[in-house]
Design a protein around this ligand. Sequence first.
Ligand code: C5P
Length: 235
Amino acid sequence: IVKTEQLYEGKAKKVFATNDPDLVIVDYKDDATAFNGEKKGTIVGKGAINNKMTNYMFKLLEKEGIPTHLVEEISDRETIVKKVEIVPLEVIVRNVAAGSFSKKLGIEEGTKLKQPTLEFSYKCDELGDPFINKYYALGLGLATEEEIEDITKYAFKVNEFMLGFFKNIGIDLIDFKIEFGRFHGKILLADEISPDTCRFWDSKTHEKLDKDRFRRDMGGVEEAYHEMIKRVMGE
Ligand code: C5P
């Protein structure tokens, strides 16, 4: 597989074409943004950590029966993935109240939910990724009924698996965001699973080990990312 022209540059990743029309290469950056790009910074080492953690989780999730876009990690920061058409939905699953959920509903951060929740945002930078429901997604033609069904089923299955996986390494999985793509008519888990896209709290100390340290200027950002990759991969 040969890397050719850059197709896209996002906030945290670049995507390159390859000589195979079905494959692209993602290149993870150390750039960090928050609040729809208003806050910018760098988290040294983040690109490599997010690349490794995503691939590690995607491999485990494949074994659990969740199809993903992963093909092969080719360097610290680069991975070959299937060239999907991203479904423009941010799929957020929550186990514990935090972030926008706490703010919107006036529920203290850290309040355990009676059951996991699922929500959709319409992926659109200009609009600031507005909250929508399934009927909006269908009405706007963002996905079909069958696709939404698959996405919902996979999202809860990802949560179920990850809750147990992280519990085993002393981490409470508070919430996370995932994205899906279409590949030859099938829905695949795409994008990433990393401290950029999940809330990870130490089970004992409740210390935050994720991007909230950057969003909220808490310090110890790099240390938190390193701690998470160490626990996940046992290095
Ligand atoms: O901000 P909010 O509470 O809605 O975030 C819920 C979860 O989704 C968090 O784990 C956050 O890291 C993730 N998220 C994300 N990208 C966004 C919005 C939220 O990864 N654009």
